[in-house]
Design a protein. Structure first.
Length: 275
């Protein structure tokens, strides 16, 4: 093996390990943000808000002798929530930067090494996109004498949504999402990685063509989630808040790297045919 190939392998390893580590940190930050936001929502339920109002009144009447621990806990939760959100945003920006380096490196390396690198990067992004929350929806309402209270809170990722739909009995919808956003993308990415190892085999070109045709349907549920987000955030009311979480950006990185991996695989197979 030449020194150029060794340097290329070392650079590929650095990129892959970097994406995996930053993706893990982004997932942990997103889960911490989801947990803090969920606890904050619970503290904003009607019963808790009423209790907090009563403690404020008691504190005023007793000149501060009664402490409102609910308000103090809310302030701590908001601080946790903001910290976790900042960590998640930084992680996804760093992940996007490493993914950009991976994209350009995959296009500049030899077709075989580029296909392997882009496939590994796409696989890491896909895994993070599947397990990380993608959408948070909070429904709240103004209540007389209480102010703003939370009626419901929900934050789900792709796998969480599939699980919820399954247990609610929506088997066809759960099956469609599982097929087009989990199984097919995973199969396509693993196939491209496999093809990069066995590019001279006759079945390699057929597999690449097959998943090239099927790949355009693999992100159907992401478009549905995006439409839902636009619908919720464009109504202009103060009774709901929809927020895209970093899982959807992991999916965006997966889509870009997956397309690039397919192009690199086609270039690799053309090179094999010319030999």
């Amino acid at each position: 093996m030449t020194w150029k190939k060794l340097l290329a392998l070392l650079w590929m390893t650095i990129l892959v390990v970097g994406m995996a580590w930053v993706g893990k940190e982004g997932y942990r930050a997103a889960v911490a943000y989801e947990s803090a936001a969920s606890e904050s929502a619970q503290m904003m339920e009607a019963g808790r808000v009423a209790e907090s109002r009563l403690k404020d009144l008691a504190s005023t009447l007793t000149f501060g002798m009664v402490h409102n621990e609910i308000r103090e806990k809310m302030e701590l939760l908001h601080a946790r929530e903001q910290l976790a959100r900042t960590r998640a945003e930084r992680s996804i920006l760093l992940f996007g930067g490493i993914a950009t380096l991976t994209l350009f490196s995959g296009l500049l390396l030899s077709p075989r090494m580029g296909t392997a690198l882009l496939s590994l990067g796409a696989l890491i992004a896909l895994i993070n996109g599947l397990i990380t929350p993608i959408l948070m929806v909070v429904v709240h309402q103004k209540v007389e004498y209480l102010g703003d209270v939370v009626l419901s809170f929900e934050s789900k990722g792709i796998l969480g949504s599939v699980e919820k739909l399954y247990y609610e009995g929506n088997l066809p919808v759960a099956g469609i999402i599982l097929l087009f956003s989990v199984l097919l993308p995973a199969a396509k990415t693993l196939t491209l990685l496999f093809v990069s190892l066995y590019e001279t085999r006759p079945f390699a070109a057929k597999l690449v063509r097959l998943f090239k045709h099927l790949g355009k349907w693999s992100m159907l549920d992401v478009f549905v989630v995006a439409l839902l987000l636009v619908f919720l955030t464009s109504r202009g009311t103060d009774v709901s808040r929809a927020e895209a979480e970093i899982g959807i950006y992991f999916f965006l990185v997966y889509v870009i790297l997956s397309v690039a991996a397919s192009l690199a695989a086609e270039r690799m197979l053309r090179q094999v045919r010319r030999k």
